[in-house]
Design a protein. Structure first.
Length: 407
């Protein structure tokens, strides 16, 4: 029976492809719109292909129309050879249309081939999942960054909806970075935990929900002391050749991804990777051209407990002017970014809350540690971080450093 089902299914695919081909030919000849019973193409399909009256007529017409365009030739060939089901072809065509304006010159055939392969292998879902990778590889410079920066604006957590039975429902929308951070933290916490050899019978969703609450509870109670190690297990892998960057953030790093946790391999845009790698609690793994590990986080990149204590004491909280986020919620930013070979040293560090850390990186702002004269003695007193809020001041700092360095 299994073999027979396979054969019937293959036959169905061939029939689907033939239906599209016939509809395409009919549209080409102008048949639906002519004669006394002129109809739209969709109506015509429903009239003459009764099985589509339950749904699917529009999809057939759309795919047929798409196949009339020369750009979609590879998709048509895949369908007619029986490799690609019509339903998946519709998704490939839609995705290709969405990607087309974002692609670098000459990249389209590769992208179309990639979409077709993914759709053949993994269906429509695979086709949608490959989008960030295609944009990183074949998109115009900076396109993935633009897309992910836009995605950040949609980040949202709804108010709880309570149906009166004591159950609250939330809606959470995250960008790729948020998703990577959350999944890296939830992964180990939401794994099934058997009790005395008894299987963990909680559903996956239940385990994840409970893990999220546990995560928040831990974050709240850990506010008092300094954690001895990194605060999340987020590991960012960075491709060495791409780590070098030019000043405007175009080119340079094309593909950074996070690995670890459940969500292995979320592709992150370059500036996001640089900012994440800058925080001294995230571990960047630098990869060589063949994907070999060159550097596990530049030897001692994570701050020691003693360094963190000094930093907390010195800055007290986020150092951005006017911000009052306490130290335990702040990232340790490298004043000379990690990606620009900044050292992990309290003299090169400043606490920043998540929001201001993003601002400092996206506006490329420079900060420095200054020593205020002690009002009593006039000698050196307390140290503090001073920010230059001029757009691009960090790039000026880099230029000055480059000029000072012996060639
Ligand atoms: Zn930073
Ligand atoms: Zn802040």
């Amino acid at each position: 029976m299994a073999e027979l089902l396979g054969e019937v299914d293959a036959l169905g695919s061939v029939c689907d492809a033939a239906r599209v081909a016939v509809v395409g030919e009919a549209i080409d000849r102008g048949e639906p719109g002519s004669g006394v019973r002129a109809m739209t193409a969709v109506q015509w399909v429903r009239e003459h292909a009764p099985s589509t009256r339950a749904g699917g007529a529009r999809a057939v017409v759309e795919v047929a129309a798409a196949f009339a365009k020369p750009v979609n030739e590879p998709v048509r060939v895949a369908v007619e050879s029986g490799r690609l089901p019509v339903r998946s072809a519709a998704v490939v065509v839609t995705e290709a249309d969405r990607l087309r304006p974002l692609l670098a010159e000459g990249a389209e055939p590769h992208v179309l081939a990639g979409l077709v392969d993914m759709a053949v292998e993994h269906g429509p879902r695979g086709c949608r999942m490959v989008r960030p990778a295609l944009l990183a590889r074949y998109g115009r410079d900076g396109q993935l960054q633009v897309e992910q920066d836009v995605a950040r604006r949609f980040v949202a957590l709804s108010q709880p909806a309570d149906d009166g039975s004591g159950i609250s429902e939330y809606r959470l929308v995250l960008d790729p970075e948020g998703r990577a951070v959350l999944e890296a933290a939830l992964g180990p916490l939401s794994a099934p935990r058997p009790v005395e050899g008894m299987r963990d019978l909680r559903s996956c969703d239940q385990r994840r929900g409970e893990a999220l609450v546990e995560l928040v509870r831990r974050a709240v109670v850990s506010g008092q002391g300094v954690g001895p190690v990194a605060k999340t297990q987020l590991v960012v892998s960075v491709d060495w050749a791409a780590l070098g960057r030019d000043v405007r953030g175009v080119g340079g790093l094309r593909a950074g991804s996070t690995v670890g946790g459940v969500d292995a391999g979320t592709l992150l845009a370059p500036e996001t990777v640089r900012r994440l790698a800058c925080d001294a609690s995230v571990l960047p793994v630098v990869l060589g051209s063949a994907g070999e590990v060159l550097d596990q986080g530049r030897a001692v990149r994570l701050f020691t407990t003693a360094q963190t204590r000094r930093l907390w004491l010195r800055d007290g909280g986020c150092t951005f002017p006017g911000c009052s986020v306490p130290a335990q919620w702040a990232d340790a930013h490298h004043l000379v970014h990690w990606a620009d070979f900044g050292v992990t040293d309290v003299g090169n560090a400043a606490l920043l809350c998540g929001r201001h850390h993003t601002v400092v990186h996206s506006r490329r702002l420079a900060g420095r540690v200054v020593t205020d004269p002690d009002p009593g003695t006039g000698q050196g007193g307390g140290e503090r971080v001073q920010w230059d809020l001029t757009l691009g001041s960090y790039d000026q700092l880099l230029a000055r450093r480059a000029a000072q360095e012996p060639a």
